[in-house]
Design a protein around this ligand. Structure first.
Ligand SMILES: [Fe+2]
Length: 263
């Protein structure tokens, strides 16, 4: 049996606010999300699912999840989500009712896993025991299935000291599981608002630009960059090969204010 190529899109860190005109660092985050989704929707090769990897709301409000849902539903494409540190896990479950949290997706030969790294009340990431057990169990259950993993916080440093302090605190436990298995082709994360790639734990780690504004690469402290909003495309080939890259809007957001000192 042969399977066709599977196309996924990762969007991350939309930081949608409780009102349409909400701005963060001068950026109308719902509008930049709309622009990114419009670009995705105009592609000649549509993805079969969009994965939104956390910080969907800036403030965890129900209104923000309603606005996000309205916006993404214009595309009429399947989508899934997982929480980030700015999300409220209870409210996000009640707010994005159109699509439940899906920890495991089967796309032909491929498996797509979502892990929750968000810790209530904390900025940094951590994988709870249940998340690690779920990953280990799935990799043991289907050792031949090429697998990709989505989560909010990266497990590796990206070169920004202030963000690197927030990476998955118990990444060594994740690394141990990944090294015991050989079928995880890539791990995709958000949180760092920038494109980055590292070889780690026998697999590839990719971080993805935010749909709002980006952080400045190689910055010791919080710093906003002028790189435009973006997203990641992912091709899962039937032979287990994975090809991925990022695309950006042509312009940075109109009223981007780089003076914001924190968020
Ligand atoms: Fe985050």
């Amino acid at each position: 049996m042969t399977f066709p190529l599977r196309r996924l899109i990762q969007i991350t860190d939309p930081h949608v606010g409780p009102a349409r005109d909400y701005r963060l660092a001068g950026v109308e985050t719902l509008e930049t999300l709309r622009q990114v989704l419009a670009e995705i929707g105009s592609s000649p090769a549509l993805p079969e699912i969009i994965c939104a990897t956390g910080d969907i709301a800036a403030d965890g409000s129900a209104a923000a999840y309603r606005l996000f849902t309205q916006q993404i539903q214009f595309l009429e494409l399947p989508y899934q989500w997982l929480p980030g540190n700015h999300d409220d896990k209870q409210v996000i479950r009640e707010g994005i009712t159109a699509t439940p949290y899906w920890p495991l997706l089967e796309l032909g030969a491929w498996r797509v896993l979502s892990l929750d790294t968000a810790v209530p009340g904390a900025v940094g990431g951590r994988l709870a025991g249940e998340e690690l057990d779920f990953l280990a169990h799935q990799l043991e259950r289907e050792p031949e299935a090429p697998t990709v993993v989505f989560m909010h916080h990266p497990p590796v440093p990206v070169g920004c000291a202030w963000l690197d302090a927030q990476r998955v605190a118990n990444a060594a436990e994740l690394e141990a599981i990944l090294r015991r298995h050989h079928n995880v082709r890539a791990l995709f994360t958000g949180h760092v608002h920038q494109e980055f790639q590292a070889h780690w734990a026998g697999t590839e780690v990719y971080t993805t630009p935010a749909t709002c504004f980006q952080f400045r690469p190689q910055s010791a402290d919080f710093a906003i960059d002028r790189q435009p909003p973006g997203y990641r495309w992912i091709e899962l080939h039937p032979d287990g090969r994975l090809v991925t890259g990022c695309r950006y809007l042509e312009q940075p957001p109109l009223h981007l204010d780089q003076r914001l000192a924190r968020y």
